[in-house]
Write a new protein. Structure first.
Length: 183
């Protein structure tokens, strides 16, 4: 993953500051952010909505909703960030690549690195933010939340994070490297 696609550590503090500490105002801003997501990245919004609708666990849904929007906001708030449109193929490709990686790592008992560890190497600040919020939610709602539903939200966020990372367009001053030979 190119450096320009990595999220800076301070971007998550900026997103949380933008959301604010007032719960009702933050909820309204998240609602507005989802409407923007639907307009700007309709395929990604539809995917998020579909996965969120698969669970009835309110804590997991709220967590997934918050985290997916926070990740998207981080990409859109980082200066000079331009995103290519997300396609169904790009989402499906990331899902399949992640599933294959998990299968291969699970088949090798000597493999000490999980797929999310690999994602953390590429987007360390994003995964730190995600894990902090998941741990906090699990602690606050211990015994009242469906852990499998939370895991599904975690996987949704990983897919979204990778999909958006690959959709970041290079800044104007970066020359793209391709495998093509120029004549």
């Amino acid at each position: 993953m190119p450096d320009y696609a990595q999220l800076a550590p301070e971007i998550f503090a900026e997103v949380e500051q933008w959301l604010g500490s007032d719960e009702a105002a933050a909820e309204q801003r998240l609602h507005e952010a989802f409407e923007r997501l639907e307009t700007e990245q309709s395929v990604l919004a539809a995917h998020v909505g579909t996965v969120l609708a698969r669970t009835s666990d309110e804590v997991a849904v709220a967590l997934g909703y918050f985290l997916t929007l926070a990740i998207w906001l981080a990409f859109t708030h980082q200066s000079e960030r331009r995103l290519a449109p997300i396609t169904e193929l790009s989402v499906k490709s990331v899902e399949e690549a992640l599933a294959l990686d998990e299968e291969l790592r699970g088949a090798d008992p000597a493999e000490a690195v999980d797929s999310d560890d690999v994602v953390a190497m590429e987007q360390p600040h994003a995964l730190e933010f995600v894990n902090e919020h998941i741990e906090a939610a699990l602690e606050v709602h211990a015994g009242q939340v469906d852990v499998e539903a939370v895991h599904a939200m975690y996987r949704l966020v990983l897919v979204e994070l990778l999909t958006l990372s690959y959709a970041v367009l290079p800044p104007a001053d970066v020359v793209a490297v391709t495998g093509e030979i120029q004549a």
